[in-house]
Design a protein around this ligand. Structure first.
Ligand code: 13P
Length: 247
């Protein structure tokens, strides 16, 4: 399966930073054709300037969130059709930081996923356990529950990407062992059967402290179909090295 290297910039960078970073990634992508898909997800105000820089390159544009409603009185929110209009083809939904900071439940993530599909976006639905849940041996149950609650019916592999991001591995420099990653990704693949028509074709990304030094090892794990990269995606050379490991 063609892997996906996705950069989640989170709430980082001003226009000049984003344009420079995206420009470097676009340039590298034009010069060296990789065998993976490449995606950049900047903060919302940077979607238009970053999109302009990426135009004509093989690098796709994505957002980090959308509202469940198409439009209306929701001050400060961004609707999925606005993201499509800005040139996005992907949107990250249910990231653990949004689940924690904004109290996003599985039901909310599910409603947002429906909205994203309606707008023609590919939803990257994020799931993953906390350290407390991992230590209690609840990881697979948590992941199953999140998938059951966050995914609407009638999905197909073209419109859906899953990102497994253990909360305790995000921004900490800690990663699960290869055996742990393999176990959870195999479980996700199994759980998707019956939920998604062509479940074997759904890309399941790993996220959480992915860096150039561990990317290849992680990408070699069965059912790991790409990476969702936070901190390392803010450094062009690091993100590119991870993208190379995905191809
Ligand atoms: P880090 O790569 O900084 O650990 O972040 C991972 C992440 O949350 C990507 O969505």
């Amino acid at each position: 399966m063609r892997k996906l290297a996705a950069g989640n910039w989170k709430m980082n960078g001003l226009k000049a930073d984003g344009v420079a970073l995206a420009g470097e990634i676009a340039q590298r992508a034009k010069a060296e054709k990789l065998g993976c898909d490449i995606l950049i997800c900047p903060p919302a105000p940077l979607l238009f300037p970053v999109g302009a820089v990426l135009a004509g390159s093989p690098v796709a544009l994505g957002a980090q969130n959308c509202h469940a409603n198409e439009k209306g009185a929701h001050t400060g929110e961004v609707a999925a059709p606005m993201l499509t209009d800005a040139g996005c083809s992907y949107v990250i939904l249910g990231h653990s930081e949004r689940r924690a900071d904004n109290g996003e439940s599985d039901a909310v993530v599910r409603a947002k996923t429906v909205a994203a599909h309606k707008a023609g976006l590919i939803a990257i639905v994020c799931i993953g356990e906390t350290l407390q849940e991992r230590d209690a041996g609840e990881t697979l149950a948590v992941v199953s529950r999140q998938l059951a609650g966050s995914l609407p019916d009638g999905l197909d592999a073209k419109g859906l990407v899953i990102a497994y991001e253990p909360v305790w591995a995000i921004g900490t420099g800690r990663t699960p062992t290869i055996v742990q990653v393999a176990e959870v990704h195999a479980h996700i693949r199994q759980t998707l059967k019956g939920r998604v028509a062509d479940s074997d074709a759904v890309r399941i990304l790993y996220g959480g402290s992915v860096k150039p030094s561990n990317a290849q090892e992680l990408m070699n794990v069965p059912n790991v179909d790409g990476a969702l990269v936070g901190g390392a995606s803010l450094v062009a050379a690091d993100f590119w090295a991870i993208a190379q490991a995905c191809s």
